[in-house]
Design a protein around this ligand. Structure first.
Ligand code: PMP
Length: 396
């Protein structure tokens, strides 16, 4: 029996594949330290859990409006005003099962066959595959560590053609940790002003995990706001990856388009999780700040540990919880049995010899690097990087 050709259009997420390989090794009794997945190792804050329990007891157990309950959408507006000084109304918010579905809703709502979506590298693995699902063409613009892994206005302009439909990026960025400043966003905004038909998908899911200062959203540029689809959610900032809650903020026409799409896919996100979102977005965010303070300590330590390893060049992440070192000085080296030809070989070597799982940078569009999460306990971080150091020392 043949399966659909649709399946050949896109790849499965490299991050999930790598996590599975780590689990397979663990099943054989080998202790693997998982630095491949992108999720906070903290518990959901108590007041959010309480709101969800209350919602269950109050029987919020029915289908919700496709865009989400009105109070949940109002709560997203409260959050956008409080944290970002952005004015949105409830009819501009659409809740989905995680930021991932928000991104897909957005692409399906705007991209036609063959239209181009510009993505600066390194980018979150899912972006390119979702563009392909939407039958768009992926246009990658390679950024470098020297430029802080950020696209410059000139590079952006050079990538825009008559077929460009959207620009898609995350700040803070997964995997590089780059955080765009207001001035850098203003530079990109200048370019977008010249191309009024280009949408901007701004993925701000790592907003709270920022080590350099205030988060800046490109939606602050009022004249561009109408064509910006801002994406945020609960997964990273509130340690709620499994709850599957994200939202888009956009103009109402786009919101209606995304509602139409979602209405045939998932109907809406989970009712109880929406009530949890009300508590998260209108409540105290001190636990999110405490989590970020903990990530900041780990970031400092990981950067120290990496400095001790010869041949690794690492950009200091400004946000999110990953380091993305350039491992290319090891390409062509061997431990006598395994030759490291590229970053994928490096991840497999580290999994099999150091028992640390990481992700090949090529999956994020940057083949010289490997992504390691620091959303792990300090103890595991120390242990993992000691094992990585030893494994790399055996390569010559
Ligand atoms: N955007 C980026 C940049 C991410 O790293 C992730 C999760 N890894 C998501 C979106 C998806 O988040 P969610 O769990 O809310 O679907």
């Amino acid at each position: 029996m043949a399966l659909s050709s649709f399946l050949n259009r896109f790849e499965e997420p490299a991050t999930l594949k790598m996590a599975q390989m780590g689990r397979d090794l663990s099943a054989k009794g080998i202790e693997v330290i998982n630095l491949s997945l992108g999720e906070p190792d903290f518990d959901t804050p108590q007041h959010i859990k309480d709101a969800a329990i209350k919602a269950i007891n109050e029987n919020y157990s029915h289908y919700t409006p496709v865009a989400g309950y009105l109070d949940a959408r109002q709560a997203a507006c409260t959050k956008l005003k409080r944290d970002n000084n952005l004015d949105y109304t409830a009819d501009q918010i659409v809740y989905s099962t995680g930021a991932k579905q928000c991104l897909l809703n957005a692409l399906l709502a705007i991209v036609d066959d063959g239209e181009e979506v510009v993505i600066p590298t390194p980018y979150w693995v899912t972006y390119s595959e979702q563009v392909k699902i939407a039958r768009g063409e992926v246009v990658l613009v390679r950024t470098t560590a020297e430029n802080g892994f950020k696209i410059t206005p000139a590079e952006l302009e050079a990538a825009i053609t008559s077929k460009t439909k959207a620009f898609m990026f995350s700040s803070p960025c997964n995997p590089s940790g780059a955080v765009y400043s207001k001035e850098e966003l203003a530079g990109l905004a200048e370019v977008f002003r010249k191309y009024p038909d280009v949408y901007i998908i701004s993925d701000e899911i790592y907003e709270y995990i920022n080590f350099v200062g205030a988060h800046e959203s490109i939606a602050q540029f009022e004249d561009l706001k109408d064509r910006i689809i801002l994406i945020n959610g609960l997964s990273k900032g509130f340690a709620m990856t499994g709850w599957r809650v994200g939202f888009t903020a956009s103009n109402t026409e786009l919101a209606k388009a995304m509602i139409k799409i979602q209405g045939q896919f998932t109907s809406a996100t989970n009712s109880v999780a929406q009530k949890a979102a009300v508590a998260a977005f209108t409540g105290d965010i001190s636990s999110s700040k405490a989590m970020t303070a903990e990530f900041a300590k780990r970031r400092t330590r990981v950067l120290e540990l990496i400095k001790e390893i010869p041949g690794l060049k690492c950009f200091a992440p400004e946000g999110a919880f990953y380091v993305f070192p350039d491992v290319s000085s090891y390409f062509g080296k061997s431990d006598g049995t395994t030759m490291i030809k590229n970053a994928e070989d490096m991840t497999l070597y580290l999994l099999n010899t150091a028992h640390v799982s990481s992700v090949d940078g090529a999956a994020f569009g940057e083949p010289l690097c490997v992504r390691f999460s620091f959303a792990a306990s300090m103890e595991n971080i120390e242990k993992a990087w000691k094992q990585v150091k030893e494994a790399l020392a055996n390569l010559s």
